[in-house]
Write a protein that binds this ligand. Structure first.
Ligand SMILES: *Cc1c(COP(=O)(O)O)cnc(C)c1O
Length: 233
């Protein structure tokens, strides 16, 4: 049987070790628990073990879980999946973070929906924290902007009053070369030099956590190593 608390402890130890090996502070990397396809009982177990940030990919599934767990204080939901433009309202109204912004239209729509919720006095929802998803391995089938598009889109998000531009997110291809991680680190540093609000490099999953921390990741998104294998969706 999977022991979620043990798994969290192991992952935290792995993060701490990677930080120490690279002369980084242990608390400079936030652990995001990716709970897609997993039941709320698993999320509750992680929460009791001290985990408060959760990532979800599938909107309908996520909305049910968010509703069912809305009694838990200080639980933060991160949307990390592909975004269809007709879903932006539900995303804006239910998540604290969106890691997968990849076009201007999506950013503007998220911002507009938040304007409406402010008018409805739901100001706890703002600002919404945004990362731009970069297709760093330049795979044809993957979503995300190309590195050259980062700065134009960053400008748009930066001008949205209800969004806070926090940084970049990437999903390197399987067994990507270290150069891919170096390239990502370089883009992050360059973006950070342009905007004060930038502090997040969302990079690293169960299989490449240490490599990502080595290259400056500040948020690792871990699913399988915490909750076990997913059933195919
Ligand atoms: C599923 C998913 C993860 C978690 O992947 P694991 O390999 O299970 O750790 C991280 N990021 C994104 C964007 C995902 O879709």
């Amino acid at each position: 049987m999977i022991n979620i608390k043990d798994n969290l402890d192991k992952i935290k130890a792995q993060i701490a070790q990677a930080c120490q090996q690279n002369n980084r502070l242990v608390d400079s990397v936030l652990l995001l628990a990716v709970s897609k396809t997993k039941p709320i009982e698993d999320i509750e177990q992680a929460y009791v073990a001290g985990q408060h940030h959760f990532g979800e990919n599938y909107l309908q599934e996520a909305l049910q879980k968010i509703e069912q767990l809305s009694h838990l204080p200080e639980i933060y939901w991160h949307y990390i999946g592909p975004i269809q433009s007709n879903k932006t309202k539900q995303i804006a109204n239910n998540f604290s973070w969106v890691h997968s912004v990849d076009r201007e239209k999506i950013a503007l729509r998220l911002n507009d929906h938040l304007k409406e919720s402010i008018n409805e006095k739901q100001s706890h929802l703002t600002p919404l924290n945004i990362c731009l998803q970069v297709n760093i391995s330049e795979e044809k089938t993957k979503s995300g902007i190309s590195p050259e598009q980062i700065f134009a889109l960053a400008d748009v998000v930066n001008q949205c009053e209800n969004l806070t531009l926090r940084g970049l997110m990437a999903i390197p291809e399987k067994n990507a070369r270290p150069e891919i991680y170096q390239k990502m680190a370089k883009l992050f540093i360059e973006l950070r030099s342009r905007y004060e609000s930038i502090d997040t490099l969302s990079l690293g999953m169960s299989n490449d956590l240490s490599l990502a921390v080595k290259h400056g990741s500040t948020m690792v998104r871990i699913g399988t190593a915490i909750f076990g294998q997913r059933n195919n969706k």
